[in-house]
Design a protein around this ligand. Structure first.
Ligand code: ZN
Ligand code: ZN
Length: 288
């Protein structure tokens, strides 16, 4: 029943809004999904970061203390994000939509759940490969200074800083790896659009600096911004193979890297014992 209803709505969307035109679907449709997801979710985080409200959310901040974003940080970030989303992304998305139109992909009969899950796993692995190696390359000395340093201006990242980067980085490390899966697998448009929306949501969460209850963990990429030479990938597969998350495994952030259901912040559920030891040592030194 639900499947029939969904199929009917889908057919209506494809024919009335896009006239069954593959290019239009992948250019205007994909842009609409990316922009809507980025600005609705991103503005929520930005509101909390600039106003400190609602204040009960601040206890979920990963790196303490919470410091509200300054006006100059805000202006700088918005300027770079808007530049990347217009000057960089519009021509790039045009080319990608043409490439996918040439590649061809189905838009009719919706895929089965099994197919969606299988292709999503394929997307994740291909994205991990694309993101890990381009990201690691950008940490190579001259390339880092020239390109990637701009993104690492945020040692304690905020959601929209996910798009705060040099245009070259935005193309090779942020956008291209996302499109490898759809291009290689030639997936149904329904799977592609779900993927683009999910990637933007997860990227914002990973950079948000918050680890909320019932939400995916942001500890992994937050640790990369904090320590710089750990966690180059997205979910840890290639970091594990190359041994680039060894320090992370030993850290308290690794223990906290999970979905939790309590209203209590995860840093209270898994307190950092080493901090207590060092503060006790400091007190002992003071008492002597
Ligand atoms: Zn980096
Ligand atoms: Zn980042």
């Amino acid at each position: 029943m639900f499947a029939d209803w969904l199929q009917y709505r889908w057919d209506l969307l494809i024919t009335t809004w896009f006239g069954n035109n593959l290019f239009a679907m992948n250019f205007y449709g994909t842009l609409a999904i990316v922009y809507c997801m980025f600005w609705t979710v991103g503005l929520f985080y930005l509101f909390v970061d600039t106003t400190g409200r609602p204040s009960f959310l601040l206890k979920y901040k990963i790196q303490e203390p919470y410091t509200p974003m300054t006006k100059s940080e805000f202006m700088d970030m918005i300027g770079q994000v808007v530049y990347n989303q217009t000057v960089v992304m519009l021509p790039l998305f045009y080319l990608l939509a043409r490439a996918l139109e040439w590649r061809q992909f189905p838009t009719g009969q919706l895929p089965s759940l099994a197919r969606i899950v299988t292709e999503a796993i394929g997307y994740l692995v291909l994205y991990e490969i694309g993101f890990y190696y381009t990201h690691r390359l950008l940490h190579y000395g001259p390339l880092y200074r020239l390109i990637h340093k701009r993104h690492h201006r945020w040692q304690a990242p905020v959601a929209m800083s996910s798009f705060y980067c040099h245009p070259v980085e935005h193309v090779i490390s942020n956008i291209m790896p996302v499109f490898i899966g759809p291009f290689v697998l030639g997936s149904h448009l329904f799977i592609q659009w779900g993927w683009y929306g999910a990637v933007i949501f997860v990227t914002l969460a990973h950079h948000s600096g918050y680890h909320f209850p019932c939400m995916i963990s942001s500890e992994y990429h937050d640790y990369h911004h904090l320590k710089f030479n750990q966690n180059f990938g997205t979910f840890g597969l290639l970091d594990w193979i190359h041994g680039t998350n060894n320090e992370f495994y030993k850290s308290i952030a690794y223990k906290r890297h999970r979905v939790f259901m309590s209203c209590q912040p995860i840093k209270q559920l898994y307190p950092d014992e080493s901090q207590n030891i060092s503060s006790n040592n400091n007190n002992n030194v003071k008492n002597k």
